[in-house]
Design a protein around this ligand. Structure first.
Ligand SMILES: Cc1cc2nc3c(=O)[nH]c(=O)nc-3n(C[C@H](O)[C@H](O)[C@H](O)COP(=O)(O)OP(=O)(O)OC[C@H]3O[C@@H](n4cnc5c(N)ncnc54)[C@H](O)[C@@H]3O)c2cc1C
Length: 339
């Protein structure tokens, strides 16, 4: 196998996050000589975290300018690490930082980049990369002659690397010096919603999908959007589930109709939305049309609640369809969870 460089940036606490550890598992599975390239304000903790992984070298670009996600500094650091390692294959987790910076780095190096890889495997001493095309409808296995070949690996496809039991090791880290490029952006702080207000939770066991039915007239001829909000948010908090939405529901806000205020286009699942990976999914008040269900490709067990026994889910798209009123079911479920 050819030489491999694994690129990883540290988190604010100096450690490596799960996507980086998953990418390490993938890089090790390829079997080539491995160099780890770390980027961050300080990288000692990250290097110790994976000291026992069997990498031949640990390189690092460190310093305050490299602590923040920013194209110019991330690209400069990655480019310097690629040149210092001289590896034919460069692997990195598909974090927002690397997804933004690495295509430009591939261009600077005269190499090629592939994004959204879901698997890498060794074939005749070189890697082959699996990725999906046309919104997850076709799966392709690619090989390339161009080098360096940069590969951005999607998270959730490999188990995170685990330190073998025993005392934590230390790695000898070789510094790579990079003059930080001039930047116009100064990061003064981060404003983010409280973590329990986040509705998109990629690591949750359950994906809860809300469809447009939640905002439609119900048996009594009235719309119950306020109760829908309470039921959905109550369930999400109790089950720590991730929230998805159908396109019809997330589009409603632009049409001046009754809306769920916490639902945005970021929640949309489907052909023109996201394709999340959760072990289980529960769809509510959503018809289960193909452009929506195609986003459920990687959800292992699918259940749906719909009043309509003839909805799309009934046609082989769900493992279990509850023909029931989702308001009633969720009220009951929330009572059970509260108890
Ligand atoms: C090019 C293209 C791309 C698209 N991409 C996407 C995409 O990425 N994602 C996506 O979601 N859609 C996408 N769509 C739209 C998709 O075809 C559907 O129109 C959409 O998914 C329908 O949303 P829905 O099921 O929430 O709403 P509706 O079709 O209005 O269904 C509402 C459902 O709620 C049920 N219901 C109502 N009240 C209750 C209740 N009390 N209890 C239980 N059930 C109840 C009804 O029986 C009904 O089945 C795309 C379409 C096109 C043409």
């Amino acid at each position: 196998m050819e030489t491999i460089l694994l690129l990883a940036h540290t988190e604010p606490d100096g450690s490596l996050a799960k996507p980086a550890l998953e990418c390490l598992t993938a890089a090790l599975a390829l079997g080539g000589p491995l160099t780890v390239g770390l980027v961050g304000a300080r990288v000692e903790a990250a290097a110790s975290q994976i000291a026992g992984c069997g990498a031949a070298r640990f390189l690092a670009v460190t310093g305050e300018p490299f602590s923040q996600p920013r194209y110019s500094t991330d690209a400069a650091a990655a480019e310097a690490l690629c040149r210092a390692a001289g590896a034919a294959i460069v692997m990195a987790p598909s974090t927002s930082r690397w997804a933004r910076a690495l295509p430009g780095v591939a261009y600077r190096l005269g190499g090629r980049v592939d994004t959204h890889a879901t698997n890498v495997a060794a074939e005749n001493g070189a890697p082959v990369v699996t990725r999906w095309f046309y919104r997850q409808r076709m799966e392709a296995v690619l090989s390339r002659r161009d080098r360096p070949w940069l590969i951005l690996l999607d998270s959730g496809c490999f188990a995170p690397w685990n330190e073998p039991s025993g005392p934590a090791g230390t790695a000898a880290v070789e510094p790579v010096t990079v003059a930080a490029p001039e930047t116009r952006t100064t990061v003064t702080g981060i404003q983010a919603p409280q973590s329990d207000e986040q509705t998109i939770r990629p690591d949750a066991r359950l994906l809860f999908v809300a469809g447009a039915g939640w905002t439609k007239k119900q048996f009594d001829g009235a719309v119950h959007a306020a109760e829908a909000e309470t039921l959905i948010l109550g369930f999400l908090r109790a089950a720590q589930a991730s929230l998805g939405g159908s396109k019809s529901l997330v589009d409603l806000s632009g049409e001046g109709e009754a809306v769920l205020r916490f639902m945005t286009h970021l929640n949309q699942v489907g052909q023109t939305g996201s394709t999340p990976r959760h072990p289980q999914g529960l769809s509510t008040c959503c018809h289960g049309e193909e452009p929506h269900v195609v986003g459920w490709r990687f959800v292992n067990q699918r259940r749906a609640i719909n009043l309509d026994a003839n909805c799309g889910w009934a046609r082989g798209k769900a493992d279990v369809l509850y023909v029931a009123d989702a308001f009633e079911v969720m009220r009951h479920l929330n009572r059970l969870l509260a108890a």
